[in-house]
Write a protein that binds this ligand. Structure first.
Ligand SMILES: [Cu+2]
Length: 151
């Protein structure tokens, strides 16, 4: 009897850890994921999605990547608009190292705001990217190919 006590304590603490440390990838839901089909001859386009964090702690996206073998580089960007005072609107993009999703919140990656920049023409079909979180957890996200917004 007495020799089992330390083991019971160990099992108890493992269970406790398991209930607290939920992988960020498991508590985040991606919705409405799509990418704009590149214009003919273009090799840069953008992808968008809504990212909902259902956990009670912050989830931080640190990287999106294409599957091995795909000739595609993905960066997280944010479009910034500013006015120089002459009525000329300046639009530029900032490279984001991470995107934080607060507990219970939904962060939208949408045209004119945060987005994924795709360098290299994706195949003409839906695109699967691997989303990596700050805790190292990874999940696949399927982006639907759309032509909306193209002339
Ligand atoms: Cu961009």
């Amino acid at each position: 009897m007495a020799s089992n006590a330390p083991l019971a304590g160990l099992v108890g603490s493992l269970l406790l850890c398991g209930s607290v440390l939920v992988a960020q990838a498991d508590s985040v839901v991606f919705r409405d994921a799509w990418f704009r089909a590149p214009l003919p001859g273009a090799s840069v386009t953008a992808a968008y999605c809504d990212v909902e964090n259902r956990a009670d702690s912050t989830a931080t996206l640190v990287r999106f990547g294409a599957s091995a073998g795909a000739d595609l580089k993905v960066e997280m960007h944010e479009t910034l608009r500013s006015n120089d005072g002459s009525g000329m609107e300046m639009v530029r993009m900032r490279h984001l190292q991470e995107v934080e999703v607060p507990p219970g919140a939904t962060v939208r990656l949408a045209p004119g705001g945060k987005h994924l920049m795709l360098f290299g023409a994706p195949e003409p079909r839906n695109l699967t990217l691997q989303a990596t979180f700050a805790d190292g957890s990874v999940t696949d996200v399927v982006f639907e190919r759309r032509t909306e917004g193209n002339p």
